[in-house]
Design a binder for this molecule. Sequence first.
Ligand code: ADP
Ligand code: MG
Length: 394
Amino acid sequence: MRTKTIQDLVHLDGRRVLVRVDFNVPLRDGQVADDHRVRAAVPTLISLLSRGARVLCASHLGRPGGTEVPALSLSPVADVLSSHLKRRVTFISPCVGPRAESRAAALPAGEVALLENVRFEPGETENDGVLAARLAALADAYVNDAFGTAHRAHASTEGVARLVRPAVAGALMEREVRCLTRVLEPDHRPYVAVLGGAKIAGKIDLIEHLIPRVDHLLIGGAMAYTFLVARGVPVGRSLVDRARVRLAGQLLTRAEEEGVRIDLPVDHVTRSSLTAGSCGITSGAEIAPDELGGDIGPRTVERFAGILSGAGTILWNGPLGAFEHEGFESGTRAVAEAIRSGPGYSVVGGGDSAAALRHLGVEEGFDHISTGGGASLAFLSGQTLPGLAALEQV
Ligand code: ADP
Ligand code: MG
């Protein structure tokens, strides 16, 4: 079984195709501040347009809460899309209703329109059936290329997909599923997962799902301190999830029982606060009572890098330090270097992980950097994504 994709679509000439894209871009002074999500949608749109489809793009932007918020209008995105597609983009507002239907019907073959923010409609996040039907009334075919919202059952991601046939995945969605599946069913071993980030709470399902699959778990970031405390190591004022220390201990035991090797940091970069003071390096895993750990230390980096350079498959989720703060970025940078210069098949998942790579300027060389934060975590945790499940299978 696989999800149908735009390659499975035939007879597109003159047909109206509703494409759920992810144009949830940052705006500054009414302008698009970062257009990488718009650029990412171009291959799917060009593929449909070149086959004569009439393309209607739908997206959310921010959280207007079911009402029209002018500052969250998608209209600035229409110009950016137009420049990337090198063709006119009609802007349709509101996104549904008789006017939207007549304008969609009037769109010439091979032309594209952008609908206003779907979250201006009250029923979008509630997956309201009436809104889904009004979206469905615009289209003869549906394509979902918004992986980042696929873990939410909304009217424009799930409801409408059940009402329009064909309903298929776009090129971005297809790539996400293919690459993330490769790290759930790895061809090449050893399989090493690197986990970091701030909180263990949102990643328990992920860790539980990975334990039977991976050969080696490397744990860094703030998450490591909860595990260190579970092993009885003092970590000073570092971020610890006290309520989950026992659970962390149980996960360590389970991993050991399954034969998974686990590496926690053996040293740290510390400071008296995340933001100020001078950095120190601990001599071991222990952190002094008045210090906090902000990054993995140099001996840990060396260990992690050595393990990663021999890995066949690598999944990385979560920065290894508080990389936004000066002095705490080297662990994340060094691990990125080790992964991208090594031979392993590498996938990065998680919103802040992708942001960290962008921030450090080390995005090249990975096999896949997921565009979905919550969606990639949900997928890698083995959950069914409603936006994906609603598409047709072959
Ligand atoms: P992702 O979105 O990739 O899943 P998370 O949201 O779990 O990642 O965590 C990202 C955050 O973790 C970053 O803001 C980073 O500053 C923080 N972080 C990483 N290591 C530490 C640390 N040692 N102390 C405090 N915060 C940390
Ligand atoms: Mg995050």
